[in-house]
Design a protein around this ligand. Structure first.
Ligand code: F6P
Length: 343
């Protein structure tokens, strides 16, 4: 029986388990044995695996996170790890490997292909929705619904106390979560990394809104947003194995600045990892399921080096390289549309 490996790498997100389930169901139907690799690329370094049969994936569809575990381990970082990955791949006797991840995990997949581990296919995942070549990644829909519900809740307390509430959301260097959750939640201002924050303009908008009788406001800010002339706010200076900084804290700075300049009482709420947790939405369960089935089709048809992708309403496949070439950021037109509702 041919063996197919599957791993989940990088930040977890809702929808990973539906992909795993779909890979196992479709894989078994096609006559493959599916091997789950634990904790992303770390599992290949350590040869840490479990066999995934029908029972192993039964009941996981509505579960958030990943039954395989994940890590931000980069096998190109530490000397000797790449050799360990190659050794495990060989020892496991894998016919192919399905790598589910964002830019980092798929970046490693792309490098491994160049290193001779050619039989890899990709599945795009991230709550940030910042991968090119796919209209959506699963995880994003659940994340924006969670953020929207939080914004709805913050509205009621902001209104009762006549306060401004700054809501900091995730998304790294792309403002998708902020802009979509902000639109859906009726935020009064949305600030994203794609456009530097003009604090004077923000306060002007808030004052105008309050001048027309509103006594509260909701400001959504993406964790990667920056002030004019300023830099991003970092939670810590340390870089992860892929060279990423840890963002977080812009909400606090913004709230202080708003209160100082307008005199309106301001609070901040940082949504953080809540956005990555919980049961996947119907959209993410379906998208994850479609991607999982597609991944096995790619393996079956030996379309290696390709990634499942969503184009309109169709599942297609694209070179993994295209997806990681550049970040997909919020386009200007969409942000301009969101601005209609500012103030
Ligand atoms: O990429 C997903 C994401 O949740 C980003 O939005 C966020 O900046 C980062 O991961 C947080 O990473 P960690 O879970 O390692 O703190």
């Amino acid at each position: 029986m041919l063996k197919v490996g599957i791993l989940t790498g990088g930040g977890d997100c809702p929808g990973l388990n539906p992909v795993i389930r779909a890979v196992v169901r479709k894989g078994i139907n096609e006559g493959y044995q599916v091997i789950g690799i634990k904790n992303g690329w770390k599992g290949l370094i350590e040869n840490n695996t479990i066999e995934l049969n029908l029972n192993a994936v039964s009941g996981i569809l509505p579960k958030g996170g990943t039954i395989l575990g994940t890590s931000r381990t980069n096998p190109f970082k530490k000397e000797g790890d790449l050799e360990k990955v190659k050794k495990s791949y060989k020892e496991l006797g894998l016919e192919a490997l399905i790598a589910i991840g964002g830019e980092d995990t798929l970046g490693v997949a792309s490098k491994l292909i160049k290193e001779g581990l050619e039989n890899i296919v990709g599945v795009p995942k991230t709550i940030d929705n910042d991968l090119s070549s796919t209209d959506y990644t699963f995880g994003f829909d659940t994340a924006i619904n969670t953020a929207m519900e939080c914004i709805d809740k913050l509205h009621t307390t902001a209104e009762s106390h006549h306060r401004i509430i700054v809501v900091e959301v995730m998304g790294r260097h792309a403002g998708w979560i902020a802009v979509e959750a902000g639109i859906a939640g009726g935020a009064d201002i949305i600030l994203i990394p794609e456009e530097t924050i003009d604090i004077e303009k923000v306060c002007e908008l808030l004052k105008k809104r309050h001048d027309r009788g509103k006594t509260f406001s909701i400001v959504v800010v993406a964790e990667g947003a920056k002030f004019k002339k300023g830099t991003m706010v970092l939670q810590e200076e340390k870089l992860d194995q892929f060279g990423h900084v840890r963002l977080g804290g812009i909400g606090d700075n913004l709230a202080k600045e708003i209160e100082k300049r307008t005199g309106y009482e301001t609070r901040v709420s940082v949504l953080g990892h809540i956005q990555r947790g919980g049961s996947p939405s119907a959209f993410d369960r379906i998208l994850g399921t479609r991607f999982g089935v597609k991944a096995i089709e790619l393996v079956k048809n030996k379309k290696f080096g390709r990634m499942a992708a969503l184009s309109g309403n169709k599942i297609t496949d694209v070179p993994i390289e295209n997806a990681i070439k550049e970040l997909k950021t919020v386009d200007k037109d969409f942000y301009e549309m969101a601005k209609v509702f500012f103030g």
